[in-house]
Design a protein around this ligand. Structure first.
Ligand code: ATP
Length: 488
């Protein structure tokens, strides 16, 4: 990360804390590594992002329904899914500092440094070599690559490395009071398996016909070894996942469809397309047929925010094998090639999986701006403004009586009563109006309405727009509709 990038990232983290978006977990005890709490505006923003995703998946797709599965699942789930045996990251320890690194992160950081020094070709070759070795699980080769490039530990500065080893990322705990091996259960590392084990329950009760999807949002837990970059990589985080069940042979076209549809969802929030790119996977997960990431340009470079995976019939087949329960679907549609129904089969699956916290960070990074304002007299002022898309802003409308007297608070309260059922409003009568505007800019409130003495005469108010700072006089009776139109 360049110094400038680092500064802007640090500024976002500081702003998130100062304005009640994100706090370190149990901060009074010095925090807990890679665990965070969301404050008053953060929890609103997070909920709004979740709702926006949920609506786009379920309400806007007749063939997608939701579930809310438990975090704890039968331990065999994770044997069947492959997580017990395969959910590992290759790690390497520096023998002098005892610091542990994820191998891909260590090499990627070195490649980023090469690129900063103008050695773009070398950086590209290094990443290609790494991808090839990762794809073959060639751990000795990875260690060789690190040593031959003289990649050093940031703390000790030495190249004294252990062998590359695998570490499982699942947290385990015990069920009940007995503490023998048999009672070990896991905190789910992804929400997807809750969908797979409920596949037939959902298909039958909601009478779904293929192709159809099941959506879910919820907490997931991973014992990330390298846990830094604020809420980008957490040990407890939330996912928004959708598994789309399709007829075998159609997975290629559905993969393309969801790859495109998910990027459109991101763009529908008004975030510029050049901030996004796809990254097609070379090393596929143990279940994947085809996979890509949607990457966003965070202050520390392009990084994954969402994964689209063509998972074949891997998960349902595995659950059928381990549970000995049929996971088949009966497809009564006529296959034109044979003139007969498609019959029984295990569906193929396209997964879309996005981290809610990572999406939250994306919004914060996109929204944050330190703006210098030149006033009419030539002097300058500055403000921090959060350009949070209107649809998901924590507060939609601030209602600000100019003074605390002369009946202005009463009019403001009436407007509050009119609007608060429809969207989140904020009422404030303290401090100079300019100061109040600045505070709303800092939490990303798109509209402020000021009630002044003229309001009493002609029922008009001043509406002030966050991004342009433009102000105009409108009728009090128009306020609710203006805000409503902007947020849907
Ligand atoms: P990464 O390569 O960054 O570790 P991943 O490929 O393991 O991510 P997936 O298993 O595909 O991630 O999970 C889907 C999504 O869940 C990711 O795109 C990301 O947004 C989110 N996610 C995964 N791990 C974390 C984490 N530790 N903290 C926050 N979000 C996460």
């Amino acid at each position: 990360m360049s110094t400038q990038q680092d500064n802007s990232f640090q500024a976002i983290i500081a702003h998130a804390k100062e304005y009640g978006f994100v706090f370190p977990s149990s901060e009074i005890y010095d925090g807990l590594s890679a665990v965070y709490d969301y404050g008053p505006y953060g929890s609103e923003l997070k909920k709004n992002i979740r709702d926006y995703w949920w609506k786009s998946m379920t309400q806007l797709h007749e063939n997608i329904v939701g579930i809310d599965a438990a975090i704890f699942m039968h331990p065999t789930t994770w044997k069947a899914s492959g997580h017990v045996d395969n959910f590992n990251d290759p790690m390497i320890d520096n023998k002098d500092s005892n610091k542990r690194y994820r191998v891909d992160h260590l090499i990627e950081a070195h490649a980023a440094k090469l690129e900063e020094n103008g050695q773009t070709k070398e950086a590209e070759t290094l990443l290609q070599e790494m991808d090839a070795l990762l794809a073959k699980d060639d751990f000795a080769g990875l260690k060789n690559l690190i040593e031959s490039h003289k990649i050093v530990c940031a703390i000790s500065g030495t190249c004294n490395w252990t062998d590359v080893r695998q570490f499982n990322l699942m947290f385990d705990t015990k069920l009940g009071s007995v503490t023998d091996e048999a009672d070990t259960i896991y905190l789910r590392p992804e929400t997807a398996q809750g969908i797979f084990v409920n596949f037939l329950n959902v298909q039958k009760t909601a009478r779904m016909k293929i192709p159809f999807g099941i959506a879910q949002t919820g907490k997931a837990f991973r014992n990330e070894i390298v846990a830094r970059q604020f809420i980008f990589r957490m040990r407890e985080f939330e996912q928004m996942e959708m598994q789309f069940f399709v007829r075998p042979g159609t997975e290629g076209e559905w993969y393309k469809y969801w790859k495109q549809a998910r990027l459109q969802w991101h763009l529908s929030l008004g975030i510029p397309a050049e901030k996004y790119r796809y990254h097609d996977h070379v090393k596929l997960a143990h279940y994947a047929k085809e996979a890509c990431d949607i990457e966003f340009e965070f202050p520390f470079g392009f990084k994954e925010v969402e994964g689209i995976h063509s998972r074949s019939d891997f998960d349902l087949t595995q659950h059928q094998l381990y549970s000995k329960k049929k996971m088949q679907y009966f497809d009564a549609d006529i296959n034109v090639a044979t003139g007969k129904p498609y019959g029984n089969y295990i569906p193929y699956v396209i997964e879309t999986s996005i981290g809610l916290d990572r999406m939250f960070l994306l919004i914060m990074a996109h929204a944050y701006e330190e703006e210098t304002i030149t006033k009419e007299d030539g002097s300058t002022d500055s403000r921090v403004i959060m350009h949070i898309p209107e649809k998901i802003a924590p507060i939609k409308l601030a209602i600000l009586p100019l003074t605390k007297k002369d009946g202005l608070p009463e009019i403001a309260r009436d407007l509050m009563d009119e609007c608060k059922n429809y969207f989140r409003c904020f009422y404030e009568e303290k401090d100079a109006i300019g100061k109040r505007y600045r505070r709303q800019d800092a939490i990303g409130t798109p509209f402020c309405v000021t009630i002044d003495h003229q309001t009493k005469e002609d029922n008009t108010v001043t509406i002030r727009y966050r991004d342009s700072m433009q102000q105009e006089r409108i009728l009090l009776s128009q306020v609710k509709d203006i805000v409503t139109n902007a947020i849907f």
